[in-house]
Each structure stands twice: as C-alpha cells, then as structure tokens.
Design a protein around this ligand. Structure first.
Ligand SMILES: C[S@@+](CC[C@H](N)C(=O)[O-])C[C@H]1O[C@@H](n2cnc3c(N)ncnc32)[C@H](O)[C@@H]1O
Length: 153
C-alpha cells in the first residue's frame, strides 16, 4: 500500500485481513493514519513507513501496490476530462512527478497495481499501458463515488 494519507484505505484492507505496508511522504498524515489504525484496532496488521514512493518502490517486497495519489485538490471535479497526468505527487528526487511516472514505476516493480481514479478520468488512456486492466465502480450509499483500476501482469 502506498500513498496512505490518513489511513482510510490501509485500515479497510487491514480490517479485511490483509497485512499492509502504509507509506506516505507526509509524516503528519502518517501519524494520523497510525492513530486511526489504533482506533480501529488494526495497528498490528499495518507497518507505517514515512517515505517517498519514487525512492522506495524498488525496495518494497509486496505482491500488490495500491496507489491513491492526490488528484490535485477539489478543482479535479471541474475538469471535463481528468487525464493520467492530472494525478500529481510530491517527490524528494523528481520534479513534479505525474500519474505516468507513478504508474510506470509501479508496473515495473509490482505484479498487481491498483489505482484509484475520479469519475471523470479518461479510461481510454489505460490502453497506452501494455497491461491488462479491470475497472470497478466504488460505491458509497448506492452512489458511484470514484473508480478503481486493477492492472495485472
Ligand atoms: C489522496 S491522499 C491518500 C488518501 C488515502 N488513500 C486514504 O484512504 O486516506 C494522497 C497522499 O499521497 C501522499 N503522497 C504524495 N506524494 C507522495 C510520494 N511521492 N510518496 C508517498 N506519498 C505521497 C500525500 O502526502 C497524501 O497523503
């Protein structure tokens, strides 16, 4: 698990019985994730690592990586079409890495890559990657709120 934020996704996976590595470049957010994991009683199932994805991807041993990179703030909703390059990340070693940089690295090191995207994301852009992918609707209160793409090699 990467791009953990305050831990919502990591905690959900841990509650489903998975062993999770929760990483985030932002130490404050990761501390909140750790606190939230304690509240949900899943601290023992999650390893918290404060790190830059671009530095650590080649060092992590995991079958699946879950990518939930920032969508660029609330303005993402006003775009007619959300492109892969509109996914943004910070980095200590790269200048303004985008979704292509994130996906290329993840697909190189992990067998299964899970990517969360907004509803206005242009799914046809996934065809430029030489990997099979499946797309799932993420539903909350009977409403589709975003989509999850699963790449497998
Ligand atoms: C949309 S939030 C993740 C939300 C999280 N999945 C949740 O369920 O709460 C995106 C996170 O990516 C982190 N991030 C940005 N660039 C990063 C990088 N290079 N490496 C690791 N985390 C990064 C940000 O600090 C932010 O917390």
């Amino acid at each position: 698990m990467l791009f953990a934020g305050v831990g919502g996704t990591s905690i959900a996976y841990a509650r489903a019985g998975k062993q999770v590595i929760a990483t985030d470049i932002n130490a404050k957010r990761l501390a909140m994730a750790e606190h939230n994991a304690q509240i949900y009683g899943v601290s023992n199932n999650i390893d918290f690592i404060c790190a830059d994805f671009f530095k650590m991807a080649s060092h992590v041993e995991a079958h699946t990586v879950v990518l939930d990179p920032p969508w660029g703030g609330p303005a993402y909703k006003s775009k007619n079409v959300f492109h892969i390059e509109n996914l943004v990340a910070q980095s200590t070693i790269l200048d303004n890495p985008d979704g292509h940089a994130i996906l290329n690295l993840a697909l190189r090191y992990f067998s299964e890559v899970v990517l969360r995207v907004p509803l206005n994301f242009d799914l046809s852009e996934l065809n430029s990657y030489n990997h099979q992918s499946r797309v799932y609707d993420d539903v909350l209160d009977e409403r589709v709120i975003c989509r999850t793409v699963v790449f497998s090699s």
